[in-house]
Design a protein around this ligand. Structure first.
Ligand SMILES: [Cu+2]
Length: 172
C-alpha cells in the first residue's frame, strides 16, 4: 500500500516539474557574452489562442534586440538601467526593458519568440537570470513570473537562464 502511494507522489512531482510550457531553448550562457534567447510557447491559456507575449528584461541584461515576426506587431519599452554598463568601450545607461509581440498563436500551434542580448559581467558563474514572461489570451492570462526559493516546484516558473563562467581571454 505504502509503495503505491509513493509511486503516485513521484509521478505527481515529475508532472509538475515538466509543467513549464514557456521556456528558453538555450538554458545556459556565459557571463559577458551575447546570448540568443528563443522563448518557446507551447500552448495558449486553457485552450485559448495567445494574442500577446511580453518578456521582461532583468537588470544586467543590456543591448536587447528583438527579432520581428511576420504577422506580429513588435513593441519595446525602454527605460533607464539601475546601473551603468560598459559595452565596446561605451557607457550604456538605458535600453529595452520589455518586449511585446502582439498577434495570434492558436492553442494547437507552437511558436518561438526570439531576441538577442548582452549578458553583462554583473552576472557570475552559477547565477540564474529570470526572464518573466506574460502570455495574454482573449479572456485569460498565463503569467510565467514565479521565481523559485530553494528547490520548490512552481506552477508557472519564470523562464530561467544559468550563467556560466565567461571567457578568460577578451576579444576586444
Ligand atoms: Cu503548460
Amino acid at each position: 500500500m505504502k509503495a503505491v502511494v509513493s509511486t503516485t507522489l513521484l509521478s505527481l512531482v515529475i508532472s509538475t516539474s515538466v509543467a513549464a510550457h514557456v521556456t528558453l531553448e538555450t538554458k545556459q550562457a556565459q557571463s559577458d557574452s551575447t546570448y540568443k534567447a528563443v522563448m518557446r510557447i507551447a500552448h495558449g491559456c486553457d485552450g485559448e489562442a495567445t494574442l500577446k507575449v511580453q518578456i521582461k528584461i532583468p537588470e544586467g541584461v543590456i543591448k536587447v534586440k528583438p527579432m520581428p515576426k511576420a504577422n506580429w506587431t513588435l513593441q519595446t519599452l525602454n527605460a533607464k538601467y539601475e546601473n551603468t554598463y560598459s559595452y565596446h568601450g561605451k557607457e550604456v545607461t538605458d535600453g529595452v526593458k520589455e518586449i511585446i509581440w502582439s498577434g495570434t498563436l492558436e492553442n494547437d500551434h507552437y511558436d518561438e519568440f526570439i531576441f538577442r542580448a548582452r549578458i553583462t559581467d554583473a552576472f557570475k558563474a552559477g547565477d540564474i537570470i529570470y526572464f518573466p514572461a506574460i502570455q495574454t489570451c482573449a479572456s485569460g492570462k498565463n503569467e510565467w513570473i514565479e521565481i523559485p526559493v530553494d528547490e520548490q516546484k512552481l506552477k508557472r516558473p519564470a523562464p530561467a537562464l544559468e550563467v556560466l563562467e565567461g571567457d578568460v581571454k577578451k576579444h576586444h
